[in-house]
Ligand binder design. Structure first.
Ligand SMILES: *Cc1c(COP(=O)(O)O)cnc(C)c1O
Length: 222
């Protein structure tokens, strides 16, 4: 299957309320352009250098989403052009994003990453940490950050019931914090969940953004 066929097949399962982030990490500019030519404009990258290089060379109407683990010392390189940072998992990171965004005189959109999986390798706030953090009401001091919602990754497993339950827990946490802390904040509306192997479950459970790589571009050669 070609990249274009893959996208057409995936698009059939994505309702208009959800956005498709084409995860192009480790894939070439030519491959990205194939997706671009069928109309895709949102691309996800997980390495700062790689995203900066691709932003340099590729069309300027591409929206770059950073989906990886971000180191504080590298934030400054992506802040001038990044559309959305998915994986914000510490106050320190938010502080630094705010600082760099202020220097660039812009407001950077972020999602707070929540740990929903039953494995050790995933980053994020636990539900409890997230609520504690929001209760401290320090987000209002970060005027150059716009928190647009939550992001999570389910356990890498074939157990569809477990995956569904993890996505349900993220959706319900979203509803809780939306009501308690973001009630009148219209931009707090995104739930970024779902990857190649589990995006259809994520869509069922209320995802507004799916991050799909290998089902579009094929296997990655690290
Ligand atoms: C790599 C990656 C994806 C895409 O994964 P696929 O299984 O290739 O669809 C999605 N989200 C994050 C955070 C990733 O790092």
């Amino acid at each position: 299957m070609s990249i274009q066929n893959n996208i057409n097949a995936i698009r059939l399962h994505i309702p208009s309320r959800a956005q498709l982030v084409c995860v192009s990490k480790f894939h070439s500019n030519n491959e990205i352009m194939e997706a671009y030519q069928v109309g895709e404009r949102i691309f996800g990258e997980s390495k700062v250098q790689e995203m900066c290089d691709k932003h340099e060379t590729l069309p300027k109407d591409i929206q770059w989403h950073f989906i990886g683990h971000l180191q504080t010392n590298k934030i400054k390189y992506i802040v001038p052009f990044v559309e959305l940072i998915h994986g914000v998992d510490s106050i320190k990171l938010l502080e630094e994003i705010n600082k760099q965004a202020q220097k660039s005189d812009k407001k950077v959109k972020c999602l707070l990453q929540v740990y929903i999986a039953k494995e050790d390798s995933k980053f994020g706030f636990t539900a409890e940490e997230l609520v504690d953090f929001l209760k401290q009401d320090i987000l209002k001091d970060f005027e150059h950050v716009s928190v647009c919602g939550l992001m999570g990754m389910a356990t890498f497993t074939d157990d569809k019931i477990q995956i569904r339950n993890e996505f349900k827990s993220l959706k319900s946490l979203f509803e809780t914090v939306k009501m308690e802390f973001f009630e009148n904040i219209a931009e707090f509306k995104e739930i970024s969940m779902g990857m190649s192997h589990d995006f259809q479950i994520a869509i069922d459970e209320g995802s507004t953004m799916v991050r799909i790589g290998s089902s579009i571009f094929g296997a990655r050669n690290y």
